[in-house]
Design a protein around this ligand. Sequence first.
Ligand code: GLC
Length: 581
Amino acid sequence: MRIEINKIRTLELLLFLYCLSHTTLQAQKTKMPIEKKWWKEAVVYQIYPRSFKDSDGDGVGDIKGIISKLDYIKSLGIDAVWLNPIYSSPNEDNGYDISNYREIMKDFGTMQDFDLLLKEMHKRDIKLIMDLVVNHSSDEHEWFKQSRSSRDNPYRNYYHWWPAEQGKPPYRWSFFDVNSDAWKYDAQTNSYYLHYFSQKQPDLNWENPKVRNEVYDIMRFWLDKGIDGFRMDAFQFASKDTTWPELPKGYEKNIIKYYGVGPHLHEYLQEMNKEVFSKYDIMTVAEGAGSSPEDAMQFVDPDRKELNMAYHFESVDIGNHLKDFGLVKYKDIFSRYDQAFKDKGWLAIFLANHDQPRMVSKFGNDTPKFRAISSKMLSTFVLTMRGTPYYYCGDELGMDNIRFNSIEDYKDVDTRNKYIGLKNKGGDLRAFLEQQKQTSRENGRTPFQWDTTENEGFTTGTPWLKINPNYKTVNAEAQEKDQNSTLNYFRKLVKLRKQEPAFVYGNYTLLDKENPNVYAYKRELNGKKFIVLLNFSDTDANYNIGFLTLKSKIILGNYKSRKGIKPNILQPYEAQIIELK
Ligand code: GLC
């Protein structure tokens, strides 16, 4: 009998030792492999200034408007704001065509307003990231005015010119041109200039060291004011192969591959880092980073000393709506990128921005029944993935696509020019307008829905872009009062991310890979484990992840009650964050 008891004790001891070593091993396996940085831990909130808050009744959002809402922004729990361009601009492309990099756009206010904004943000411990557009300038920038004036002007080489006596330049595709032609003939000097975007956005010639030094000076100007970083707009296109080789037919369908990483791009980024970034404690992010995880790594590998992070477009360029491309493919993109970045480098996570339709309309379901619940589910995704979350203003309210019926309602150069181009060719305009209801950038640009007063509390004047009529039910004021609102759910998510480093730095493992409805993954760090379950469908969905123990606990979810729900089933658009003990 005594022997038996001893035997049992020994077995217990062995089991205990095994468990201990297993846990330690597991903890070691999930130890933080990545260097800690403030910008990895930050939650970034993107503000589209034109549409955020108007302070002077001209119908256009402005800097004073943002200042008046800083307490709201702070209340979200976010750490940094990325502000779309606020520099002087004739607004061909809403500020992405800069005519003076050291001045504030009149619509938005003055430099004094800007200085106050920065001060008030820092007072609240919010960092400010500026958007820098230096792949191109406005054609109204003094550099371009000089450059186009004569062939021997000192600014001539600030841009790309092709003398007409050499014939037509080799075709290049343009994102916004009516005829999709990136070379524009300019009679003044009988030459063509290059514009990857609209004709009013000529591309700067980064091969010219003078251009590069001008840009570094501009960067220093803003950094010395105390801003906290830059988003490098369209910078992946900055380096061109100036031997202008013929490109294969149809290359515009794979434009990033051909435009994405030109021959000297990384030299420029390294020089920029050495000259400017390395001298400040800031964050830098590339808009776009080639066409594969390997390309993206080149921008952000810390050993290369270029940028801190990048966002890629595979997950938004995948199609118009989740139901068209499917969840399995979608999960695969995030999982592939995460795998490539698990040891070094850093990415941004986003589902929407000012160039995209609203996240709930594209990846969720914006019918009245599911709009709020699916918005919460998508927010859960953004806030529990590895990578710095970039969260677009208005998504915390579940704002959705506007779906304009008429071309007159659109202000965006992209939609307008494509419409004209199609009209000239006698194309199907009705089909185009139908498609724009899903894809147009204007869907994400309608003014912020503050309250139920006329013009939704955005302006006392006439809004520059039509407001979404659902502001009567979808607005910040109503959601403040409702503990269960998408707004308050977003706040809880931000808080949770800040409390649990596992959501920032933890390993990510995809679970139930082939499940067409449920996105399930594990995040773990130093022995702490979380499972995130997201139902991307409008019906109940099964999942199979195997190892949920009795001790696991839902720490946050978007459904109030789960009574009567069978295990391994999620309700429509349900999100659960589970802690495994
Ligand atoms: C970036 C911006 C977009 C702009 C384009 C040209 O993609 O996000 O809004 O139109 O660059 O500057």
